[in-house]
Write a protein that binds this ligand. Structure first.
Ligand code: SF4
Ligand code: SF4
Length: 469
């Protein structure tokens, strides 16, 4: 496709021979996309889903599970809370399993339903199409078939529109940050003067500015040039994936004018409605394109046209490349079996580890100073420290015992430690054994201790006792 856009004949620019981006003109300037609106059945469904999702995105950081936020990504404290469980940097294995679960689920959903997430659930689409574009339409209307907005705004209206954008962006910035700092801290920041927490205020201002830039200026380009998921979709899709597609066999040869759907012509009357409503500025009739976010607006627009000219709906519809080519559609294929199986495996492992190993962390560290001492000439003493972290939601007191060697014993150097939820303590322990226990093994011997909380969870930990060789 040749690039649209006028280039001055005296300009040193060489016009691009192909479309680089739908948002670029031939001379490299921005091509602003002001899509018309097709209020068809998919739009109605997407709209209600979008309202529900906006309510969900805003409410989620306020919800609590077992006294903790349902989701909190606390970057400063390096903690991630998810459904009452708090993960620490030491839980990289568990987090990796969680990420694999998400990764394989995304692969599976894309293999089956194409970019259904982009068109129906992604916050960028939801907020742009169902919050910010309606604001634009409120102030400037639409051109009916896309192109420029109907009204050019005077300065007062432009300022008013800017103010509405600013208020919405500030609200979204607060919502966004509440996922990272929690609603309690956020409420505290809001109540205090900016001078009392300049860093937090700076973060909030930067987030607001970023959202303003995104929704006022960058817009659909985020999906095309910045979102990695959009770039990867081509490897996740196959010819049987569900995509928004134009039925080329039925629509071509397209024609303008009155000869609607005769034997020699297809059903497409080249009215341009499908391109006028496209929020990424593409023409679905050119086939599957990376810029298509599967928003279904072209389906709604074309169905409206087909309805008017008395043709069956669905010239543009959800289908697959194979189905359009007349092949039998099948949901069952290698990737729709392997991806969910891998997601199930990763999530099962995650849940097993989470439920069996999650109550507390215990790590044994050596004590500073002499590695061992021989007391009363018969007893060998090794001192260690245990880094204990209570990961449960209740106060726990911990006990310790030695499993091997049987002639050794272990005890907390002070009283048995009691930790409140999420508390971490460094607790000294003392292991004693007969002095000759290390003699046969060049001055060291393996030992195993067991630490348990009062709720029945326990850990067995290996350590090395040192002594005379
Ligand atoms: S809306 Fe339908 S009929 Fe009109 S140009 Fe697009 S595909 Fe053809
Ligand atoms: S081609 Fe259709 S489904 Fe794809 S982004 Fe454009 S309007 Fe949405």
């Amino acid at each position: 496709m040749m690039m649209s856009g006028h280039i001055d004949p005296n300009s040193p620019l060489i016009p691009a021979q192909e479309m680089v981006l739908p948002t670029l003109q031939g001379d490299g300037k921005r091509r602003w996309i002001n899509p018309a609106l097709a209020k068809g059945k998919y739009w109605q469904r997407r709209r209600w889903l979008a309202y529900a999702l906006i309510a969900f995105f805003v409410t989620l950081p306020h919800l609590r599970f077992a006294g903790k936020p349902i989701v909190l990504i606390d970057i400063v404290s390096r903690e991630f809370t998810f459904f009452g469980h708090t993960f620490y940097p030491t839980d990289s294995g568990l987090l990796l399993l969680l990420l694999w679960t998400v990764f394989f689920t995304v692969m599976f959903v894309t293999a089956v339903g194409g970019r259904i997430w982009c068109g129906w659930g992604c916050p960028q689409t939801v907020y742009l199409e169902f919050l910010f574009r309606p604001i634009d339409r409120l102030f400037a209307g639409t051109a009916g078939k896309g192109g420029k907005p109907r009204k050019s705004l005077n300065t007062a209206l432009q300022l008013a529109r800017f103010a509405v954008y600013l208020v919405c962006s500030m609200f979204l910035a607060h919502t966004f940050l509440s996922y990272f700092v929690g609603t309690d801290r956020l409420a505290q920041w809001i109540r205090l003067s900016p001078w009392q927490h300049p860093t937090a205020f700076g973060v909030m201002a930067a987030a607001t500015a970023g959202l303003m830039y995104n929704f006022m200026f960058f817009r659909e380009q985020l999906c095309m040039v910045a979102c990695p998921y959009g770039r990867f979709q081509s490897v996740m899709l196959d010819r049987k994936s569900l995509i928004v597609t134009y039925d080329i066999h039925r629509g071509e040869p397209r024609h303008k004018g009155k000869a609607i759907g005769t034997d020699k012509t297809g059903d497409c009357i080249d009215c341009g409605h499908c391109t006028a409503v496209c929020p990424t500025g593409i023409d679905i009739r050119n086939g599957l394109q990376m810029e298509c976010i599967h928003c279904t607006q072209c389906i709604d627009a074309c169905d409206g046209v087909m309805d008017k000219i008395g043709k069956p709906l669905g010239l543009i519809r959800y289908s697959s490349q194979d189905a359009l080519a007349g092949k039998k559609h099948s949901w069952i294929r290698a990737r729709t079996l392997i991806y969910p199986a891998l997601a199930l495996l990763a999530s099962s492992l995650f849940l097993v580890l989470l439920t069996t190993k999650f109550a507390f962390d215990a790590r044994i560290l050596s004590s500073p100073g002499s590695p061992y001492a021989v007391t009363n000439s018969r007893t060998l003493q090794n001192n260690f420290r245990v880094r204990l972290r209570n990961r449960s939601n209740q106060q726990e007191t911990y006990s310790i015992e030695i499993l091997s060697p049987s002639s050794a014993s272990v005890q907390w150097s002070d009283a048995a430690p009691t930790l409140t939820p999420n508390e971490t303590k460094l607790v000294p322990i003392m292991v004693t054994a007969p002095v000759g226990i290390t003699a046969a093994n060049h001055g060291h011997i393996k030992a195993v201790v067991k630490i348990a909380d009062g709720s029945g969870h326990s850990r067995e930990i290996d350590l090395t006792l040192l002594g005379p060789g």
